[in-house]
Design a protein around this ligand. Structure first.
Ligand SMILES: Cc1cc2nc3c(=O)[nH]c(=O)nc-3n(C[C@H](O)[C@H](O)[C@H](O)COP(=O)(O)OP(=O)(O)OC[C@H]3O[C@@H](n4cnc5c(N)ncnc54)[C@H](O)[C@@H]3O)c2cc1C
Length: 311
């Protein structure tokens, strides 16, 4: 395979139709190694392209005026593969679009929280392009795949000039739109452990419309049941903190307790207390905190119902 070369090394701006157009090179490498080299050489002025449903909008809107190279991930095999083995778990390539996730029967059964997220991001057209990898790397607090991935104990597999490293998804985002990726690094895939028997999960969000909106708040939950007792649980929240928020204290508090309304009420209250939202056009602090309580209880109840089916 010929090495993918970057033809243009300089950023150019030129005027057309009264506006300033910003020249951006496009390159489509065939391996992670090539992509990392291109990203490293660009020294912060390149972005990886997955589905483009965030990136193209942002480039057009002028958010990345310093970007002069787009590195396409669609020809890199590791970014586009889904591998699943009931013993070893699931690995999703960083550029795999949502429709391939919910279109996979084995994943639908084993990872129900991921399916909830994949089926509500945007609409059918967006789901044809949008990836969980792009959602994670975009790193908005409202990213709908991120709480579900945290609930499913996901790990981000990163490649960079110094080799590979692995970061728990709850530690990946560092602020609104920022994350742990350093210069020359890219997300290759996301891995999920094989679910055990008695496992159930869910993601739900609140939006004022039925679809095509940004979460006012969201809750991703998972549970492992031993009979009617909660063996372990994970809860993560969307849009109520500077990053997607993993509330590990909820799992610690409800493990060993009965899977009943009192326990869910305790979890909901803890989610409400942990949230540190802002007031904006979509909701007030009080409204969002209230939603954390309601969504956490409802989401955990669905996770429990699914866990019982899976016992
Ligand atoms: C109409 C519309 C509706 C939407 N609805 C929702 C919604 O309901 N919920 C929601 O959460 N989002 C929504 N979005 C936002 C967007 O669709 C999602 O965030 C989507 O998951 C992004 O994935 P992508 O593959 O398109 O990423 P891209 O746009 O290709 O990339 C997003 C960002 O991640 C970076 N990136 C991508 N891949 C990598 C990689 N492998 N390594 C390093 N960096 C990488 C890119 O450089 C870019 O900065 C919507 C967008 C639109 C346009």
């Amino acid at each position: 395979m010929p090495k993918c070369r970057r033809e243009q090394k300089t950023s150019r701006k030129f005027e057309k139709g009264g506006g300033i157009l910003h020249w951006i090179d496009f390159t489509s490498p065939h391996s992670v190694r090539e992509a990392v080299e291109l990203l490293s050489d660009a020294n912060g002025s390149a972005r990886v392209l997955a589905g483009g449903t965030d990136l193209l909008v942002q480039l057009r809107g002028g958010r990345f005026d310093d970007v002069n190279l787009v590195v396409d991930g669609k020809n890199i095999p590791e970014l586009n593969e889904i591998t699943y083995d009931p013993e070893g778990g699931l690995t999703l390539g960083a550029a795999v679009p949502c429709y391939r996730i919910y279109g996979n029967a084995a994943i639908s059964r084993a990872y129900p929280g991921l399916i909830d997220s994949a089926s509500l991001i945007g609409g059918t057209q967006i789901q044809g392009r949008a990836s969980f990898g792009g959602n994670l790397c975009n790193s908005t607090p409202s990213g709908d795949s991120i709480p579900a991935m945290i609930a499913h104990s996901a790990v981000a597999n990163i490649a960079g000039p110094d080799g590979h490293r692995h970061v728990a998804v709850e530690d990946f985002c560092t602020g609104p739109g920022s994350n742990v990726l350093g210069n020359g690094e890219m997300l290759v895939s996301i891995s999920f452990p094989a679910p055990t028997s008695g496992f159930g999960a869910n993601y739900m969000r609140f939006i004022p419309r039925n679809e095509m909106d940004i979460a006012v708040a969201g809750a991703g939950t998972s549970i492992v049941l031993d009979g009617d007792t909660i063996k372990s649980a994970r809860v993560a929240l969307a849009a109520v903190a500077p990053t997607p928020l993993y509330v590990s204290a909820i799992g610690d508090a409800i493990a060993g307790k009965p899977a009943n309304d009192d326990t869910l009420a305790e979890a909901g209250q803890m989610a409400k207390d942990a949230a540190t939202p802002i007031t904006d056009m979509r909701g007030t602090i009080e409204y969002r905190k209230h939603l954390c309580d309601v969504l956490t209880r409802r989401s955990l109840q669905i996770a429990i119902d699914r866990a019982k089916e899976n016992a």
